[in-house]
Design a protein around this ligand. Structure first.
Ligand code: DMJ
Length: 599
């Protein structure tokens, strides 16, 4: 009996150790190296392609021009804004799939679209899905054979459309703190009686879209409002480096103080990392790393991330949310692949248990949380698989991706599309197909199985492009995905003059005055005093250069370039590296794109 028990424990320990060594290090995979041959992968790509078109055609046939398809009743419905949302959200996926004919057709259709409507919309959703979708399509349009306007990518019809929408969102940022309200009316601005309470992600998820807009159009306003909102959030972080999940944008008071990495906060963290790389802003990466310390210290338990109180860090909710599953993807892009792998294995256990990752899973009880048992076809888990696979090439990640594909095909397919799972315990369906299914879930699935896709360029080659006297390099693989999976080619930002750093910060600090003052009359003293405020350092001081080579150094106002302005809460150790060597493959792509280089 004792011997049997010992044998059992010995075998179990052996299996666990093997599992840990094999999968976590990526050296001895469970999936044999011979599996996932090119032929197999080609079949998987064909299957994802078919899946995409089944849903896309279902939308066109039954729902367009309304926002979304109702896949059980085969009808359409307006959800987020009455602006043909799914069509715009799906556009960059058409480019990734290489369907240039349909891409061109949709671009033509969009030229008729007007956003001058008397409707209230979510500032966050409109930004990530519509502004992000249009900007990404604008930057990808050179691939589709569209006749480009002279001066592209610094102008063009999709850019103008994106700017038109962004302009309609700008009134939301006119709050006392600079953090945006959650809703605007596309014609009349912030509705009277709008609540001043916005979620953290709703404040901190603009720098990618608004940064790209400013760099392409030379109008500093967009990047400035996004930076101002980020700065305000940062200044309201707790003493242990965490942020809550809802804040009053007029007073700066936290209204919901639970801190996590998921719902209502998620893309704030994502945008610090991606915004830093896309726009060569190391200060955003430093902010992220500061938060990461707090997250690892207080939230991380056995590679799950629990909700904790933002000031004390005590666990308030020991759950895993589907929306948290983007986190291993973010960790992969900064080189923390081992941490990423451990969490993805946890999440995969949930998938194996229920078939899908539910909205909320109680880690201690090992069951779904009541009221949060659905799966609305979200992308986060597959998104992380894709990023982690690019970083490790561990074929177990392909197998996990195939698990997702099988589950979607088996349980959610309907005669005209794919439907939300209402309850992951019995796979009952509900009549909704969110637009992110075509923007993100299908795109990440395809990209997971398509190593040769142009998106995965290795940074060693690109397509030179010239606009007037400026030259830039396109299509190097330096693609940064916004949180709706719309890829932005970082190299394209170098094609346009963009505003100066001074113009941007002038606007951040003097939003009202600067709209009436040209940058040449700028007030040096004012800007300088802001730059030296004890919050974030916005210029690239020597300390940064020792970690990171920035090909185009951040444009500090000349008067400040020699000054030492850092007085904020700096990490004690000065020898940490912003981009670890493990992150080099990812950063290399940005390097050729003219962005951040690895060290
Ligand atoms: C998408 O709209 C975005 O990925 C957002 O960041 C979170 N929610 C959905 C997908 O789940």
């Amino acid at each position: 009996m004792l011997l049997n028990q010992m044998r059992y424990w010995f075998t179990l320990c052996f299996i666990l150790a093997w599992w840990d060594l094999g999968i976590v290090s990526g050296q001895r995979p469970i999936v044999p190296e011979t599996y996932y041959t090119e032929e197999h992968l080609s079949d998987l790509r064909a299957e994802v392609r078919e899946l995409f078109y089944h849903a896309y055609n279902g939308y066109l046939n039954y729902a367009y021009p309304l926002d979304e398809l109702q896949p059980l009743t085969c009808r359409g419905v307006d959800t987020w804004g009455s602006y043909s949302l799914t069509l715009i959200d799906a556009l960059s996926t058409l480019a990734v799939l290489g369907n240039h004919t349909e891409f061109r057709r949709v671009v033509n259709v969009l030229s008729e679209l007007s956003f001058d409507s008397d409707i209230n919309v979510s500032v966050f959703e409109t930004n990530i899905r519509i502004v992000g979708g249009l900007l990404s399509a604008h930057l990808l349009s050179h691939r589709s054979g569209i006749n480009l306007e002279p001066g592209w990518p610094c102008n063009g019809p999709l850019l103008r459309l994106a700017e038109d929408v962004a302009k309609r969102l700008l009134p939301a940022f006119n709050s006392y703190t600079g953090m945006p309200y959650g809703t605007v009316n596309l014609r009349h601005g912030v509705p009277p009686n709008e609540t001043p309470v916005t979620c953290t992600a709703g404040v901190g998820t603009f720098i990618i879209e608004f940064g790209v807009l400013s760099r392409l159009t030379q109008n500093p306003e967009y990047e400035a409002v996004a930076m101002r909102a980020l700065k305000a959030l940062w200044e309201h972080r707790s003493g242990i480096g965490l942020v809550g999940n809802h804040i009053n944008v007029e007073t700066g008071q936290w209204i919901a103080t639970d801190a996590g990495i998921g719902a209502a906060i998620d893309s704030y963290y994502e945008y610090l990392v991606k915004g830093s790389a896309l726009l060569s802003r190391p200060e955003l990466m430093e902010m992220f790393l500061h938060h990461l310390d707090g997250i690892n210290r207080y939230m991380r338990k056995d590679d799950w991330y629990f909700w904790v109180t933002m000031t004390k860090g005590t666990v308030s909710l020991p759950v895993f949310q589907n929306l948290e599953a983007y986190w291993p993807g973010v960790l992969s892009t900064i080189g923390k692949t081992s941490d990423a792998m451990k969490s993805i294995l946890n999440y995969h256990q949930v998938l194996k248990h229920l078939g899908f990752v539910p909205e909320m899973y109680d880690v201690q009880q090992r069951e779904v949380r009541p009221q949060r048992e659905g799966y609305p076809l979200r992308p986060e888990f597959i998104e992380s698989l894709m990023f982690l696979y690019r970083a490790t090439m561990d074929k177990n990640l392909l197998a996990m991706g195939e698990d997702v594909l099988r589950a979607i095909q088996h349980s959610t397919r309907t005669p005209c599309g794919y439907a939300t799972v209402k309850d992951t315990r019995d796979h009952r369906l509900e009549d909704r197909m969110e637009s992110f299914f075509l923007a993100e879930t299908t795109k990440y699935l395809f990209l997971l199985f398509d190593s040769e896709n142009f998106i995965h360029g290795d940074g060693l080659s690109g397509k030179p492009h010239r606009v007037a006297s400026r030259s830039c390099m396109l299509d190097t693989g330096a693609y940064i995905f916004n949180t709706e999976a719309h890829p932005m080619d970082a190299g394209a930002l170098d094609c346009c003059h963009g505003p100066t750093e001074r113009d941007i910060w002038q606007k951040v600090w003097f939003p009202k005055e600067s709209s009436e003052t040209s940058s040449s009359d700028s007030n040096d003293d004012g800007v300088s005093s802001f730059l030296s405020s004890p919050s974030i350092e916005i210029c690239n001081k020597p300390a940064w250069h020792s970690f990171l080579w920035v090909k185009h150094p951040l444009r500090c106002p000349a008067s400040l370039s020699a000054s030492k302005t850092w007085t904020g809460k700096r990490r004690k150790s000065s020898n940490f590296s912003l981009m670890t060597c493990e992150a080099a493959p990812f950063m290399q792509m940005l390097c050729v794109g003219g962005e951040v280089c690895d060290i």
